[in-house]
Design a protein around this ligand. Structure first.
Ligand code: NAD
Length: 370
């Protein structure tokens, strides 16, 4: 039985649970899996680059479950009226190899990315942080804002996007949620007075969305948009000024903003802070930076979380895996017992017209077609 969670089911789940409670639950699920990081199989994700963007596969397993996400990153998609990031995920049972769940992961990636950002900030931002600057107000942005409200109590936002339409959309979507939103004319203006800075821009180049002179002691930077070779958001001096935390170092060295630094520049994997194996923020003047690229364990945790949420409600089940009385009789699934001799039509009369046309279009080799 393969459960299917499409956009409609995900929307219903978010509506039923509430986006902020869902983000809190998701953060707890990710935190629990980060705390047992060493149980997971890990490798940098295989990425297929093209002039248009990147398509990536993100697999991992804890020995009991296996999960992977298909995800893309196409910054130029906005000009085509399409999303920059879309995804879908599969959760499977290691003991049998059977898939258990197939889920949309466009909404779920935005939710899990925001949850991971908030998780990092809970360990790295100053406890008295009250104001967040948000640079880049695209698809991820509202989720980021709500995760920081739900998990850190951030209610004051200072926001900036190069595209005023993105700012209007952001303000419209978050109206009536009790957030104070100040629209800034520049990134530097947005960052002035902020305790936390989230950068969520999409641009396939080495950008510098946060000027080094805007840094202040004690800031926490949550940088999610630099996540691909040749696609970074932060000036190297911003990176050098900060204590840097990453998800999985071998992958972030390739994809994160730290690709701009020497390969031995010190970084700390976030799971070590979560597990109590490394300190997070050391004092109120330290600048901390979460160089987020997104790692498979977050998607694994998100898929397991969603599986648990939908287990109790009847979601669509896909007929992807045969349920056979005699598992070796896969051929029997085709009603092969009633099959006519080679070359004779098989139940043609009951085929709908479209299928008959498709059958006629299949060019069989002479030996098979008789
Ligand atoms: P999006 O295309 O919907 O939004 C990006 C926004 O950034 C746009 O509104 C654009 O106008 C704005 N922007 C571009 N350059 C800017 C600049 N210099 N200053 C201010 N604003 C600027 O993309 P999205 O889905 O919101 O994703 C944002 C980024 O996060 C992407 O780079 C994506 O690859 C990345 N991402 C990372 C993770 C992760 O786990 N770290 C997960 C999902 C997405």
């Amino acid at each position: 039985m393969v459960r299917y969670v499409g956009l409609e089911t995900m929307k219903q789940l978010v509506a039923a649970v509430g986006v902020e409670p869902l983000l809190v639950g998701l953060t707890a699920a990710i935190e629990a899996d980060f705390a047992r990081w060493e149980a997971f199989e890990k490798a940098p994700r295989p990425a297929s680059h093209s002039p248009h963007g990147v398509i990536e596969l993100m697999p991992t397993t804890d020995g009991t479950h296996y999960a992977f996400k298909y995800v893309n990153g196409h910054p130029a998609n906005a000009a085509l009226g399409k999303l920059t990031v879309t995804g879908l995920g599969v959760l499977a049972d290691v003991a049998t190899g059977y898939p258990l769940l197939i889920s949309e992961m466009t909404l779920l990636t935005a939710l899990r990315t925001a949850a991971t950002s908030a998780l990092a900030a809970r360990h790295l931002a100053r406890r008295d942080a009250r104001v967040m600057a948000l640079i880049g107000l695209g698809a991820q942005s509202e989720f980021q804002a709500l995760a920081f409200r739900a998990l850190l109590g951030i209610e004051h936002l200072r926001v900036y996007d190069v595209d005023p339409a993105a700012t209007r959309k952001f303000v419209r979507n978050l109206r009536g949620r009790g957030l104070t939103i100040v629209e800034a004319a520049t990134a530097q203006e947005a960052v002035a007075g902020a305790d936390i800075v989230t950068t969520a821009t999409a641009d396939k180049r080495h950008a510098s969305v946060l000027p080094p002179e805007a840094l202040r002691p004690g800031m926490h930077i949550n940088a999610i948009g630099g996540d691909c070779p040749g696609k970074t958001e932060l000036h190297p001096d911003v990176l050098r000024a900060a204590s840097i935390f990453v998800e999985f170092e071998p992958q972030t060295r390739i994809e994160g903003d730290i690709q701009l630094l020497a390969p031995d520049h010190p970084v700390t994997e976030l799971w070590r802070v979560v597990a109590g194996a490394a300190p997070g923020r050391r004092d109120d003047r330290e600048i901390t930076l979460f160089d987020s690229v997104g790692f498979a364990v977050e998607d694994f945790a998100a898929l397991r979380f969603i599986e648990a949420q939908v287990a109790a409600i009847g979601v669509t089940v896909l007929d992807l895996v045969p349920d056979l009385a005699e598992p070796r009789d896969l051929f029997g699934l085709l009603d092969g017992g009633a099959a006519p001799p080679l070359g004779q039509p098989m139940v043609t009369t009951s085929l709908p017209a479209a299928w008959r046309a498709a059958k006629a279009a299949i060019a069989l080799p002479p030996s098979a077609s008789g």
